[in-house]
Design a binder for this molecule. Structure first.
Ligand code: LER
Ligand code: MN
Length: 271
């Protein structure tokens, strides 16, 4: 398993669970110094000027891109894949497609979390799931051209009423034409929604494409009350080889959150 840390370039997401907020160079410098293999970037959109420098900044700091988030499509631009308005849905697909292409050109997958949206009457769950399925069937093959999967993240019930659990995620994956979509499992959301984090990871098995390595209170691993040893064992049981990414609050500071995560990785994963 490899270790990644999150960087937000989106001021509107302030207060969100991202470790670094002071630009890509600052984040990469600290990430490399602490021993991370990669960063996960949350950009405002694919055309953001700082993003143009991402390849050279990664090279300079000997880091890879682990994944790229698409959540700014919702937070900043109010786009969602299950919006009742067809124009908004089309713009949401286009927004995500550009991030898939950008991340894909750096061999990394894009993440669909909050962009899955939520349904409200008169839209039914079936209707929203049809729209989500159509979008994933369009976007999965785009990622495939770059040899990377597309990631869909189950979120807790306060953030979506569509994909909340591994079970929902696996049902969704089995209903798709594309076979290029994998699950992003976020321990914070799993702690709220799953019966057993370890068993759910084992159920997901080869469908796991990425992990948000975070504690129960969304602070860095070991700063909450999750049984991280159980999660680590389950990831070893399924022979997971992907990234554990610290999508955590910058508490007590960005540096400490990043350092605590490295410590948990050394004690639980490399152990
Ligand atoms: C949101 O709660 C989250 O976990 C992010 O990874 C999704 O965009
Ligand atoms: Mn997450």
């Amino acid at each position: 398993m490899k270790l990644s840390v999150t960087v937000s370039l989106v001021p509107e997401a302030k207060g969100g669970p991202f470790v670094f907020w002071n630009g890509l160079d600052d984040a990469c410098q600290l990430a490399h110094q602490l021993g991370y293999h990669a960063i996960e970037v949350f950009p405002p959109d694919a055309e953001h000027p700082e993003i143009a420098e991402l390849p050279s900044i990664l090279l300079r700091h000997h880091l890879k891109l682990a994944a790229m988030g698409t959540g700014a499509g919702w937070v900043k631009h109010k786009l969602r894949l299950t919006d009742p308005n067809p124009d908004t849905r089309a713009k949401a697909v286009e927004f995500i497609q550009k991030i898939i292409e950008l991340a894909g050109s750096l061999n990394a997958p894009a993440i669909i979390g909050s962009m899955q949206g939520r349904f409200e009457a008169p839209v039914t769950r079936d209707q929203a799931m049809t729209w989500l399925t159509e979008a994933l069937n369009t976007l999965g093959p785009v990622a495939e051209k770059y040899g990377v999967p597309l990631l869909i993240e189950p979120l807790n019930r306060y953030e979506t009423n569509l994909i909340n659990t591994v079970e929902h995620g696996l049902q969704l994956l089995s209903s798709l034409h594309t076979k290029n979509v994998r699950l992003l499992l976020d321990l914070f959301h799993m702690n709220i929604e799953e019966v057993s984090i370890g068993d759910s990871i084992r159920d997901a098995g080869a469908a796991v494409g990425h992990i948000h390595w975070v504690d129960s209170n969304r602070r860095a691993a070991t700063l909450g009350h999750l049984n991280l040893a159980e999660a680590a064992k389950a990831l070893k049981d399924i022979d997971y080889k992907g990234y554990l990414s610290a999508e955590v609050l910058p508490l007590p500071s960005s540096y400490e959150a990043a350092r605590k995560t490295i410590e948990s990785y050394r004690n639980l994963i490399l152990f």
